[in-house]
Design a protein around this ligand. Sequence first.
Ligand code: ATP
Ligand code: TZE
Ligand code: MG
Length: 267
Amino acid sequence: MQSKTTSGAMLEAMREKPPLVHCITNYVAMNIAANVLLASGASPAMVHAAEEAGEFAGIASALTVNIGTLSTQWLDGMQAAAKAATSAGKPWVLDPVAHYATGFRRQAVADLLALRPTIIRGNASEIIALAGGESRGQGVDSRDPVEQAEESARRLAERQQAIVAVTGAVDFVTDGARSVRIKGGSVLMPQVTALGCSLTCLVGAFAATVPEDLFGATVAALATFAVAGEDAALGAAGPGSFAWRFLDALAALDGEALDARARVSIA
Ligand SMILES: Nc1ncnc2c1ncn2[C@@H]1O[C@H](COP(=O)(O)OP(=O)(O)OP(=O)(O)O)[C@@H](O)[C@H]1O
Ligand SMILES: Cc1ncsc1CCO
Ligand SMILES: [Mg+2]
C-alpha cells in the first residue's frame, strides 16, 4: 500500500480498506450521509440507541456525533459512544448543529465537548459561537462568513486540543498551530440539506483511515467535497440535480484527480 501522505493517497487507502464509521447523525442527514460515505468508499452505520451506541463504538473505527435532531435518549447514546471511542483511542468528530439555539443544545454540546472530541466540524456561525464569539446564527444554516470564524476556530482548537474545521465558501482547518484554507465546492452545496452533516461523517471516515494524521485526514475530506462539488455543479440545473450528481462525482473521483485539483493553501 502506498504511504498516506496526500489527500489522494488517503482516498485510495480508504477505498482499499473501507472503514466502518459509526455515525450518530440526525434524521434529516441519515440517508444522504450514508450515501456520501458509500460513494466515497467507506462503510457507514447509523446507530444511535443508548442501549447499543457505546458497544458499537467499540466495533467501529471512528465515531461521528451530530446534534441536529437531538433528544434525551439520543444524547445518552452520543455520550456512551464518545466515552467508548475515547477510551479505545479512536477518533471522534463532533458536529455542533445550531448549538446556540436552545438551552438543551447548549448544555448538550458543553457535555460533549467535555468528552474531548478529536475533531470539531461546523459552519462559521456554529464555530464562532462555540469559541464564545458574537455569532449571527439562529437555526442550522450559517449567517456568518468563514473568514470571521478563523480566529474563533484557532481559539477553540487550542482550548479543546482538537482539530477544528469551519466550512463555507472557503473552508478553514486548524489545530491551533497550523492552519489551511480549502477552496472549491459550489454555491449549490448549502442549498442541499445536510451536506455539512454528511461531510462530518466523511471526516470520520478519513480519520478512521489515517488516525495517525487527523489534520491531514480532515483536509482530505474537505478537499474531496470541494472537488466533487465543482464537478457536480457543472451539469446541475439546481439543487435537485446537484444532489445526485454530487454522489456520482464523489464515486468517480480518484486519488490522482483529487491531488491534482485540490486547492489547499497555508493560512
Ligand atoms: N458558498 C459556498 N461555495 C462553495 N462551497 C460551499 C459554499 N457553502 C458551503 N459550501 C460547502 O458545502 C459543504 C457543507 O458546508 P456548510 O458550511 O454548508 O455546512 P452546514 O452549514 O453544516 O450544512 P448542513 O447543516 O446543512 O449539513 C462544505 O463542503 C462547504 O465547503
Ligand atoms: C434542517 C435540519 N434541521 C435539523 S438538522 C438539519 C440538517 C442540516 O443541519
Ligand atoms: Mg451543519
